[in-house]
Design a protein around this ligand. Structure first.
Ligand SMILES: [Zn+2]
Length: 270
């Protein structure tokens, strides 16, 4: 799940990040095609644990989905080389079927909300132009503090992405306004009561096993003696789904009240 690359400077501007073996579609002139949903984690495996089922479902529904990991998550106790974790992340992305995944060169264990980290992420928002951004939605006590910093960075980057007369900070990439921002929570934490405007549950009954398979791609993070965490992820998904009438689900919080135009279609989504 995560920790420092001591040689890196947290305040250094992030250089362009490298793709991780998941092919990026492009829309002419080398610019990536826009994505519908972009999900931001602090470490490779955060996104899978939080909302891997939803991402797999979005792909089957025909949406373009990308993952940004702010750090490579290394070092960790059982991983001897960051390239191993990167390869695991690439396999997990392929398991979910997402359109692309990118790991930014920010520093694990020393991830802080700063101008430079905000710009690094906002640059990716301007590059991939998502309609919806999903990221951490609060503190994760007893786990990495990078998660909360990732939330602060994501909140700011959503704003920076749309600011005019500032293109010089973003390699000249044009402004992009994100239409909606959502928060996830890690899929092994107790469900929290709503801290924000509203919550909704995505039915991942058909994607739960894919989600778990994507987490198991991280062999360095979940060796056999730590597989119990998979039971927690499964149990929480079943609990969250049951509360909404599904076999399994993932819960998201909205940053603004969630509206609807057809009460019957929204309420009777089953
Ligand atoms: Zn993490």
């Amino acid at each position: 799940m995560n920790s420092p690359l001591p040689s890196q400077n947290d305040d250094a501007p992030a250089p362009p990040a490298s793709p991780l073996g998941v092919e990026e579609a492009t829309a002419g002139a080398g610019r990536p095609a826009d994505v519908d949903v972009l999900v931001v984690g602090a470490h490779p495996d955060d996104v899978e644990i939080a909302c891997g089922g939803t991402l797999a479902k979005l792909i089957t529904q025909g949406y373009r989905v990308g993952i940004i990991d702010l750090t490579n998550g290394e070092p960790t106790p059982r991983c001897d080389d960051p390239r191993i974790r990167e390869a695991e992340a690439a396999r997990a992305a392929e398991t979910l079927g997402v359109t692309f995944r990118k790991i930014l060169p920010l520093t694990n264990r020393r991830l802080f909300d700063s101008f430079e980290t905000r710009v690094a992420l906002a640059t990716e928002f301007r590059r991939y132009r998502p309609r919806i951004v999903i990221g951490f939605g609060g503190k994760t006590p007893m786990a990495s503090p990078d998660h909360y910093q990732a939330m602060l960075i994501t909140d700011a980057a959503v704003f920076y992405s749309r600011l005019t007369k500032w293109d010089e900070h973003f390699f000249g990439l044009p402004v992009h306004t994100i239409q909606s921002q959502l928060y996830f929570q890690l899929g092994f934490e107790p469900l929290r009561s709503p801290e924000y405007n509203s919550q909704f549950t995505v039915d991942i009954s058909e994607q739960l096993e894919t989600k778990l398979a994507s987490i198991l791609c991280y062999a360095t993070q979940f060796p056999p003696e730590k597989r119990g965490i998979l039971n927690r992820v499964r149990g929480l998904a079943i609990s969250a789904g049951a509360a909404a009438g599904f076999e399994a689900g993932e819960v998201f919080s909205t940053t603004r009240p969630l509206g609807c135009r057809d009460l019957v279609q929204t309420v009777l989504c089953n």
